[in-house]
Structure formats: C-alpha cells, structure tokens
Design a protein around this ligand. Structure first.
Ligand SMILES: *Cc1c(COP(=O)(O)O)cnc(C)c1O
Length: 366
C-alpha cells in the first residue's frame, strides 16, 4: 500500500483552470471573483453578508475588533480547539476563559459555560469542532440571558447544521477557514458572515486598511488591517464550492463505513447528536487508556497510514501555561483526554475503497 496521508486537498483540473483564468486578467488582488465567492456562500448559508479575508484566524481577529472587544474583557472559549481560537483573544488584549468539552462530541460543554461568566465577560467563541455543529441553540440562549456576543468558530464546519440551520449563521458572526486541511481550500483563506449590516460594513472597512468611501472620496476612518483575499484564491475555492454538496456526501459515506467497521474495543468513536449533522473535517477517535497514542501514530506511519492528534488542549500549551498556570488535569479533564488520547485518521474524497479497507484492517489490529 502506498502512503496514505492524513489529509490531501482534491483540486480538479477545472479549479486550476479557474485560477489560471484570473492570473491572465492581471487582477491579483481583491476583485470580482472575491465578490462572486462571497455571494455564493452567503446564498448557500441563507445569510445577508459574507466577507472573504486572508485566513481563518484573521476572520476571528476581525470579528473581535469589530465588536470592540479588547483590554479588560473576557471571552469564553473551549479548552480543546485549534490554538488560533484563543490566540485571537490574546491578540486584541482580552483574556480567554477556558471551558471544558464533552468527551463524546469534542464540543464545548454548554452546562459549564454559565459558571465561567463574570461581569467582564463580553463574548463566547464556540467552536464546531472537527466539523460537528456544537449545541449552538443552547449557547445562543445563554448568550441572550447574559447579553454576550457570539462568534462561531466554524473554521471546520461549512455545511454543518443544528435543526436545519447552518453553523455560522446563529451568532453575531460566523467564521470559516479555507486552509488545505478544510473541505475546500484557497491555500490560505477565510470568510466571515453576519446578518447585521452595520457589522458587515465595519468588517469591510477594517479588512481594507480602514478605508471608507464617503461622498465618493476615500477616507481612512479606522486603523485597519490588510486582511484581503486575492481574486485568484477566490476563483480556486469557488470552483470547488460548486461541487461542495458532493464533497460532503463523499466524506459522510466514508464516515459511515468507519462508524460501522471500526470495531476495535480499544476505540471510542465520535457521536453525532440527532438534532445536528457532522461535516467530517476530521474523523477523530479516542484511544483507551492502555494505548499510547503517540506510539500508535508511529506504528501506523510504519504501515503507511498518516494520522495525528486532532487538536490542542490550549491552556496546557507553553504560552498559556506560563501566563495563566492553570491546573488543566483538574479543570479540563475531557480536553486533556482528547489531547492525549485523540487520533485523527484520513478522511477525504480521494481515498479509494482499497485505502479505506486497509485503514480499517490496520486500525482494528491495534
Ligand atoms: C483551521 C482552524 C482555524 C484557523 O484557520 P486558518 O485559516 O488556518 O487561520 C481556527 N479555528 C479552528 C477550529 C480551525 O480548525
């Protein structure tokens, strides 16, 4: 068996042609292809405004800046996520307040959020981890009761839903990433969505050096960023977006096979609550206590299967440990377990039936 990587973006000839066509026009910055991509995703999600930006960390940073969150403020984030979710809170000078996850879904444990709210809390950044919609209905209720903003980190979760409503469309902002590890990719890229036109307008200004057109004149009304996406990136990702439903269906098919045939009693398989759907950005299993996860990764590598841990327990990472010195084993036991015992296995369109059968055979032998 040839090496099966953990992830592999699937660019078709037509995607590359779409990118090339833009290069031939000489339009190398934000232009009509960005606008078209924004319109297409907004219409898919049934939301008013979508703003493409340079990556999925810039989206979260822009959302916090737009909402005016900064020094002296607290923002609730799950303890288990990609580290960017908390880094952006640090970047605006606010304090991330970590909440543990549920061990069966890897999403924030909503029953633990209220205990983390203080008079300084301004926002919650729930993450739709690995592509599974979190219990965003419950989170919106908590946010409403305490007057908090919600920025959904849906970096992995384009197409995920709770009760038939798309992840990213519940909060004040929804944030998506198009890094090559996600279902469709622009290389680097992100997208912020909102149904509040004032917020959308401010994002557009902050994304582009703080420029606003006033009476036909360019005025610099904010100290903004350059967080624009280029037109060739937008053309590349929008070409993949045209077959997005079939990409999701294919990943869903592979996930069903895994759920059905990974019968190793040393594994705990991911759960999908009945009111939600999973887009399977990552297929993440938990290994039993008696298995050493890092040894399993090396063993599988020798068998030509690429695997890795899924996400970080953020407060135990060096920067956060040094700054906040939290006892993560006591405070975030599920996040620590997911960080130490979690295993992400290959799941993408290009996997063949032989690949899938081989992965299942090898994993069941562990
Ligand atoms: C990928 C990811 C990000 C960061 O996105 P980039 O485009 O790589 O900056 C943020 N949060 C989560 C949960 C992610 O998976």
């Amino acid at each position: 068996m040839n090496f099966i990587p953990l992830a592999s973006p699937d660019l078709h000839e037509e995607d590359i042609m779409a990118l090339n066509a833009v290069l031939k026009t000489g339009m190398l910055v934000q232009g009509p292809k960005v606008l078209a991509f924004e319109k297409d995703v907004a219409s898919f999600l049934k939301i008013d405004s979508a703003m493409a930006v340079s990556n999925g960390t810039a989206t979260l940073h822009l959302a916090l800046k737009t909402l005016g969150i900064g020094a002296g403020d607290e923002v609730i984030v799950p303890a288990f996520s990609y580290v960017a979710t908390a880094n952006v809170v640090e970047l605006v000078g606010a304090k991330p307040v970590f909440v543990d996850i549920e061990i069966n879904t890897f999403n924030i444990d909503v029953t633990k959020i209220e205990a983390a709210i203080t008079p300084k809390t301004k926002a919650i950044i729930p993450v739709h981890e690995f592509g599974l919609c979190c219990n965003i209905d419950a989170i919106m209720n908590i946010a409403a009761a305490h007057n908090l903003f919600v920025i959904e980190d849906a970096a992995c979760a384009l197409g995920a839903k709770q009760n038939n409503r798309y992840a990213g469309t519940f909060g004040n902002f929804g944030s998506f990433s198009f890094h090559p590890r996600k279902a469709i990719s622009s290389g680097e890229g992100g997208l912020l969505v909102t149904s509040e036109s004032m917020l959308a307008n401010k994002v557009r200004i902050l994304r582009n050096h703080g420029v606003e057109m006033i009476d036909g004149k360019m005025e610099f009304v904010e100290a903004g960023f350059n967080y624009r996406m280029t037109d060739f990136q937008a053309a590349l990702v929008n070409s993949q977006f045209k077959r997005f439903e079939s990409i999701l269906a294919q990943k869903n098919k592979i996930a069903s096979i895994y759920l059905d045939q990974l019968t190793n009693p040393n594994f705990m398989l991911p759960e999908v609550p009945s009111d939600r759907n999973h887009t399977w950005q990552t297929f993440h299993i938990l290994l039993n206590d008696n298995l050493d996860r890092n040894a399993v990764i090396s063993d599988l590598m020798k068998k030509n299967i690429g695997t890795n841990y899924g996400a970080q327990c953020i407060p135990v990472q060096k920067f956060y440990q040094k700054k906040y010195n939290l006892n993560c084993v006591d405070l975030f036991p599920n996040s620590m377990t997911a960080y130490q015992k979690g295993l992400a296995i290959p799941i993408y369109e290009k996997l063949t039936h032989e690949n899938i059968a081989y992965i299942i055979e090898q994993l069941n032998k562990i």
